[in-house]
Ligand binder design. Structure first.
Ligand code: SF4
Ligand code: FES
Length: 363
């Protein structure tokens, strides 16, 4: 018997007005003409509730690029789902925020690139991004919705983490996430430019600890050591096929955000079968579910049902084998490869950023 997922990430579109160099969406984006229709997303919201999930994260690309977002939010509410909008917020005006709140949206998460306008706009590749995001955060507050501020950190902004946290606190969120860039999809191209130094990682841990002390009882701050500096992997997605699933703009149902990078896998779509059927018996979900697929050192490790062997996509990206132990783990024979990637990225200095441009690859 397979437990239901807790939450679903619905990537409503890959369209996005920003050009972030750390974008974790696949290198090949899905075109807008392949996106699920309004009626299909409404059906999908019902199926998400039917499979037993409690939450839906509405994401992208930029989900605000869908003019029918209000209808999708209303369908999530009608299905009894808790809905969270994950947005860059540059398209989130006061008027649209009021409509979304009226449609039943429960929570908003806004990502920030920096606390200083020129630096923030440079990373986002979008003029005026920071000012728009701050106005949107205020609009969320005016509608009475809880807000999470997501601070995306890397080598080019970690020295200003104190300022980033001050800016975040001023936006009066319930939660702040200090999120180190993860190297999936497009972000791998910018690894050398974005990889933090060991000193930055140490200093970030101290800065966050001080802020937590200062802000205890006022705001929660989440922060985890970036993967490339870890010794034990995280349970990516809470374990493959155990807690979460992703739906791409065209309706492919994936065990994780980056699963399409794994070779030889076939992903079914919501146009072919229900989400419940796919979750319970699709070969892609079964491929790394549980522990029976694990080779050593995971097979006999006492943490195998804690981290579930870490991340399959990271294992593939670093070792070339999706079934290997996540090389973040220092029991993995490939841990040295991960360390050498880190050292190589740092030795290369900070080359120019390669921006993600939606229009250059899809449309
Ligand atoms: Fe996790 Fe495998 Fe490392 Fe054990 S050996 S800690 S299960 S990645
Ligand atoms: Fe795919 Fe971790 S991102 S398993």
């Amino acid at each position: 018997m397979i437990d239901p997922p807790l939450a679903v990430l619905a990537e409503l579109t890959h369209r996005c007005p920003l050009q972030c160099p750390y974008c974790s969406n696949p290198v090949e984006l899905e075109r807008s003409k392949t996106e699920l229709s309004t009626a299909e997303w409404i059906r999908v919201m019902r199926e998400i509730a039917d499979v037993g999930a409690l939450q839906v994260h509405l994401s992208g690309g930029e989900p605000m690029a869908r003019p029918d977002l209000d209808q999708i939010v209303a369908a999530a509410r009608d299905a009894g789902l808790y809905s969270n909008l994950i947005t860059s917020a540059v398209l989130l005006t006061e008027e649209r925020m009021e409509r979304l709140a009226g449609a039943g949206l429960d929570h908003v998460q806004i990502s920030f690139q920096d606390s200083e306008p020129a630096r923030a706009d440079r990373i986002a590749g979008y003029r005026g991004a920071l000012a728009k995001k701050k106005r949107a955060a205020e609009a969320v507050r005016m509608c009475g919705l809880p807000l999470t501020v997501n601070l995306v950190v890397h080598r080019q902004n970690l020295t200003t983490l104190e300022d980033l946290l001050t800016m975040a606190v001023d936006l009066l969120p319930q939660r702040i996430e200090v999120a180190h860039v993860q190297y999936y999809g497009w972000a791998i191209r910018n690894r050398a430019a974005l990889m933090p130094t060991p000193e930055q990682v140490r200093s970030a841990l101290e800065t966050v600890e001080r802020a937590r002390e200062r802000l205890r009882g006022r705001v929660t701050i989440d922060h985890v050591v970036p993967d490339y500096y870890g010794r034990r992997p995280k349970a990516c997605m809470g374990g493959w096929g155990r807690r979460f699933l992703n739906i791409t703009p065209s309706g492919k149902v994936l065990p994780c955000h980056a699963a399409e990078s794994l070779p030889g896998m076939v992903f079914e779509t919501v146009r072919e079968r229900t989400i419940g059927e796919i979750w319970r018996d699709s070969p892609a979900f079964d491929a790394f579910r549980g522990t029976s697929w694990m080779p050593e050192p995971c097979r006999s490790c006492e943490r195998r049902e804690i981290d579930w062997g870490g991340c399959r996509c990271q294992a593939l990206a670093i070792t070339g084998d999706a079934a290997a132990a996540d090389p973040v783990c220092d029991k993995s024979p490939d841990h040295v490869t991960l360390t050498s990637f880190t050292n190589q990225a740092l030795a290369e200095g900070a080359p120019d950023l390669v921006y993600r441009r939606y229009g250059a690859r899809a449309g």
